[in-house]
Design a protein around this ligand. Structure first.
Ligand SMILES: [Zn+2]
Length: 198
């Protein structure tokens, strides 16, 4: 049956997409594990540096401490506290509010700066400059407008096809309600598609 064939293809499509998702998740997990391992290696180096600085009686570079704290959330606070000779609980207080400076997440290449009050915020905050933000918003609006045009055109085509099917004595009642899915219609209690009822 044609309908069953089409459905099998849809199932097959889901299976293939899940394979691709599995691959992407495995890649992300591997990259995450590598970042974590590298962060621990940096932590080990900071610990050595902390000892040496203490022996030399020279305070740890505050500017570097701020960078480690605000720009590298993968580093543990304890790994930053140690070379500073500070207690973990006092590091956040010493760091105060941070200014995070990163390249814009868009394609413009601008460096943007924003104020954050916690390391969690530093990770969460959107990283698009105002120009890229406005551009993204405009693109979204455009896509939505295109989608609406497409939807109206699609439903005109549906209506035409259904009228022809009814004229030929067809049975539109086999179509289930599935708004937005091409080729499906909401039907009334007699099985007549609602799109044909004025
Ligand atoms: Zn930008």
């Amino acid at each position: 049956m044609a309908d069953e064939d089409a459905l099998s293809r849809e199932y097959e499509q889901v299976t293939q997409m899940l394979d691709a998702l599995d691959t992407a998740i495995a890649e992300r997990d591997t990259a995450k594990a590598r970042a974590t391992a590298t962060a621990r290696a940096v932590g080990g180096q900071l610990e050595r540096l902390g000892y040496l600085a203490r022996i030399a009686g020279i305070p740890f570079d505050r500017e570097l401490a701020r960078r480690l704290y605000w720009d590298y959330p993968d580093l543990l606070v304890s790994e930053i506290a140690h070379p500073m000779g500070a207690h973990v609980s006092s590091v956040a207080r010493e760091m105060g509010n941070g200014a995070v400076e990163r390249p814009c997440g868009g394609a413009c290449g601008r460096i943007i700066t924003w104020q954050v009050s916690s390391r969690t915020d530093a990770r969460k905050q959107a990283r698009l400059c105002p120009e890229c933000s406005a551009e993204l918003e405009a693109r979204r609006a455009q896509r939505f407008a295109e989608w609406q045009v497409e939807r109206v055109r699609g439903s005109e085509d549906d209506r035409q096809m259904l009228r022809e099917a009814l004229e030929r004595g067809g049975e539109p009642r086999r179509y289930a309600e599935f708004p937005g899915v091409p080729g499906t219609w909401a039907v009334d209690e007699n099985g007549v598609p609602l799109v044909l009822i004025d």
